[in-house]
Write a protein that binds this ligand. Structure first.
Ligand SMILES: [Zn+2]
Ligand SMILES: [Zn+2]
Length: 397
């Protein structure tokens, strides 16, 4: 029997730091790890500090010229800006040690993939990863090296024939999609706020994969303001069916939690409760459709106190099959640390919804399509584009 799960973590991950004023502050993963520790999420499991990926691993996805440019910027930030490669931009400022910090995330997701594929553990969580915007030849959207694509490519290089990737970050998972666009072995699914209203402006329902790989990209482009039950309906009415039909050997999921209602950079209205629900749905999907082989990574998330730590502590706890109920109070010791480190008041419970509120109810697609709902129209557009390529009916089932 494999161990249930492992987690990628070490204090050096906080070196992925674009500096003061950048929205993706490393305190977010520090507070996540502290919350995990205070709930015992790391107890009795392997916590892996993976070191730094070498260039040969990075080059399985990235151009050598780009890796060299990151190294130059990393060693000499003052002269390292290379805007054509996305380096030294507002989103991706260069900083000393950037190469090593970014390559560490990539090593983490690669080891997560190895643990799961070799059967050392059933699941693996790398909440420091999920850098889904990085392109083969350039940095983008806070992402330098695409750890997710590197992990998936590693699986393919071991002979894995089908990998499914599901990305519920509020932004389109454009880098991962692009890297595997023409590869029928990788199904990429992204459920995000639409590109008309949010970076990176891509990820439309008609984007279904390249020649010979049609139906292995799936995009749900949701309107701003999408709520918990609508968001979960979108995930459950598209991703579940297509992943089951694809029958992956491994499921990789990205849990960027910038869909959160308080996130400063995006406009969905999602609670931590619904994020936890989505994790549970995808975790169960891994057991039903991928033999339990599940690699879960983090991603975006810029509400560093109210959003990220609780969301990814739920991810870690869920991967142990010891979920934390949303009504559970956050530990006082953790709240004290939050106050000391950020001068902010920590959330007092592990969920956002008021106590006594009914659980989130997700209307199954079988109960009917509502053409007056903008969210339902977005779901339907995706189903119409992708379902027939899997021999499925977009209207029913
Ligand atoms: Zn994001
Ligand atoms: Zn499980």
């Amino acid at each position: 029997m494999p161990a249930r799960t492992c987690v990628i973590w070490g204090p050096e991950f906080t070196r992925y730091d674009f500096g003061d004023g950048h929205p993706m502050a490393p305190i977010r993963i520090d507070l996540t790890a502290r919350l995990c520790e205070s709930f015992g999420v790391f107890d009795g499991i392997e916590v892996i500090d993976p070191g730094v990926a070498d260039d040969d691993l990075l080059a399985t996805v990235h151009d050598r010229d780009y890796i060299a440019a990151v190294r130059r910027a990393s060693e000499d930030p003052e002269h390292g800006a290379d805007p054509a490669r996305g380096l030294g931009t507002e989103d991706v400022p260069v900083f000393r040690g950037m190469h090593e910090a970014s390559a560490r995330l990539a090593a983490g997701t690669r080891i997560a993939a190895e643990r799961v594929w070799t059967g050392a553990t059933e699941h693996a969580v790398n909440f420091t990863g999920g850098m889904h915007h990085a392109m083969p030849d350039r940095a983008s959207g806070f992402c330098v090296y695409n750890d997710v694509a590197i992990g998936i490519q590693w699986l393919l290089d071991q002979g894995v024939e089908r990998v499914a990737y599901v990305d519920v970050d509020v932004h389109h998972g454009d880098g991962v999609e692009k890297i595997f666009w023409d590869d029928p072995r990788v199904l990429t699914c992204s459920v995000h706020q639409n590109g008309r209203t949010l970076f990176p402006g891509t990820g439309w329902p008609g984007d279904i994969g390249g020649a010979g790989a049609e139906g292995t990209a799936l995009n749900v482009a949701l309107p701003p303001g999408t709520t918990d039950s609508q968001w979960l309906r979108a995930i459950q009415s598209t991703v579940g069916q297509v992943v089951r039909d694809f029958a992956p050997q491994v499921l990789v999921t990205q849990h960027g939690c910038d869909s959160h209602m308080d996130d400063p950079l995006a406009h969905l209205a999602i609670s931590v409760d619904a994020q936890r629900y989505a994790m549970d749905v995808l975790h169960r999907l891994a057991h039903e459709a991928a033999g339990g082989r599940w690699i879960a990574v983090g991603g975006g998330g810029d509400e560093v106190v109210q959003g990220v730590p609780r969301s990814w502590a739920h991810l870690g706890a869920g991967s142990r099959h010891e979920p934390i109920h949303v009504s559970t109070p956050t530990p006082q010791a953790w709240r004290d640390q939050v106050h000391e480190l950020t001068d902010q008041d920590a959330p007092t419970r592990m969920g956002d919804l008021p106590p006594g509120e009914w659980p989130i109810w997700v209307q199954p697609w079988e109960m009917g399509y509502n053409p007056h709902s903008e969210v339902d129209r977005a779901i339907m557009a995706t189903r119409q584009s992708v379902f027939p390529l899997h021999g499925m009916d977009p209207y029913f089932g």
